[in-house]
Structures are given as C-alpha cells and as structure tokens.
Design a binder for this molecule. Structure first.
Ligand SMILES: [Zn+2]
Length: 249
C-alpha cells in the first residue's frame, strides 16, 4: 500500500527537528585574550560597553587624564542619545577606538522566543544582519571610523550568529576579565577583580551607567595596573585569540 503523503511529512518532521535542535542550542559566552607577542610584554586591553543609557563622563575623563587607551563598544541606540559623549570621544580618537555593539542591543542568538538574561534575541538571520550592519553604519556616520570587531549584547552568541557575524567581516570581541559585572559591582569589588590582571587580558566594563561604581572602581584599579607596568592597547592595534572556556577571573 502506498502512502503518498509519507515522504513530504517525513521531510517536514526532519526540518522541524533540526530547527528545534538549533533553538535549543545553548548560547556561549566567548572568551578571548590578546595574541601573545614575542617577549614578555605586559599588554592588556580595556573594553568599555556603551549598551544604552548615559555617558559616564567621570570614567572617560579619568582615561583622558591618565592617557589610558580603550576600545568602546557602542550601540546605535547609545550614540543616538549621547551627543555630548560622542563629542568627547571624537575629540580623543588618539585614545579611543570605537567598535560595533549593534543597533538596538539585541543579543546574537537566533530563533523566536530565545532569550539571554531575559533579553529577547533575534527572530531570524535577517534581523541579526541588520543589528550588526546598522550598528556599524552608525559608528561610521557619527564617529568616522569603520568597526572591525563585534560584541553582541550580553556577550553571548549561538553558533549560527557567530558564523554570520564572521561572514559579514567582523571578528567577535570576547574578553577575559569581567571587571564590573554589567556595572553592578561596588568599588572595592572592582579593585579586587582588576588586581588579578595578567598580560594579554581583555577587560570588559561599562561606560553607560554614571550612577554606578564603575568609574570610581576602575579609576583606582587602573592606576594600580599602570604602576604594575601594564600597557593598554586598543583592539584596532592588536588581534585576539579564543581561550578555552574556564572560570573567568
Ligand atoms: Zn551591552
């Protein structure tokens, strides 16, 4: 007996299974460090996320006063609402590199209903592409630089998002030392965290929450790092390599 509908139904079920598998894949936090160079240099990178919200003037002024270079990951959303911040950054492009943190701060996970830390991800690939490319265009238009690095909101990604972001020509900017836990840590905790800084580390912190302890904590912490001989570099001057998943410092 022949069942004409069997094959198509089977194919539909197979398709369903593979999209379910994709939807259930757990996003990963990508950890990277600077590619080690010959000799025992003490190079490290400070990256500051400007997700949405405000401009942490105290933090940026501290970096300018102390000539500490940093890489700023800005969203279009943040750029649109912080013209003063833009003017300060643009006046100090010798210190600051600006890279892509997306258009609207949507995590780089794909599939209807998927979330990271409660924040909904992208419904499909097209939306991810828009998030990445509109974020980059905003930086080029408002700051005048062309981003090469991408950091998704929440710094978590699924495999499909990673390969699409790479295909679009961007490298994923992970990190190795989380200094302020999304601008939630108090001053003393930030100082403790940054004490563990090692050569090649990439620090992540935030510059969009001036009411937090991030500026105060980082100001003390980074002065200590300078005294220890660490040299801060920007991501447009170096390359990074992925490090195995492990407990972050
Ligand atoms: Zn962010």
């Amino acid at each position: 007996m022949k069942y004409p509908g069997t094959r198509p139904l089977f194919a539909v079920m197979l398709g369903l299974c593979s999209s379910l598998a994709m939807a259930q894949e757990k996003p990963v936090e990508i950890h990277t460090r600077l590619v080690q160079q010959a000799g025992a240099d003490k190079k490290v990178a400070l990256t500051l996320d400007a997700c949405s919200g405000k401009f942490d003037d105290d933090l940026i002024e501290f970096l300018i006063r102390n000539r500490i270079p940093a890489t700023i990951f800005a969203t279009k959303k943040w750029l649109d609402s912080n013209p003063y911040g833009i003017s300060v950054i643009k006046a100090h492009l010798d210190l600051f590199d600006v890279e892509d943190h997306g258009e609207n701060h949507i995590p780089a996970v794909i599939g209807a209903g998927r979330k990271v830390y409660g924040i909904p991800g992208q419904p499909d690939l097209l939306h991810l592409q828009r998030e990445v490319s509109e974020g980059a265009k905003a930086i080029t238009r408002m700051i005048g630089v062309t981003p090469r690095w991408y950091r998704g909101a929440t710094a978590e990604y699924d495999a499909q998002a990673v390969s699409e972001i790479n295909r679009m020509g961007y490298k994923i900017a992970g990190f190795s030392l989380n200094a302020d836990a999304g601008a939630t840590l108090r001053k003393a905790a930030i100082i403790e965290k940054v004490k563990r800084l090692k050569s090649g580390d990439v620090i992540i912190a935030h510059m969009n929450k001036p009411a937090s302890d991030s500026a105060e904590g980082l100001s003390s912490a980074l002065i200590n790092s300078l005294k220890q001989g660490f040299i801060f570099v920007r991501l447009d001057q170096v390359d990074m390599e992925q490090i195995p998943d492990r407990r972050l410092r």
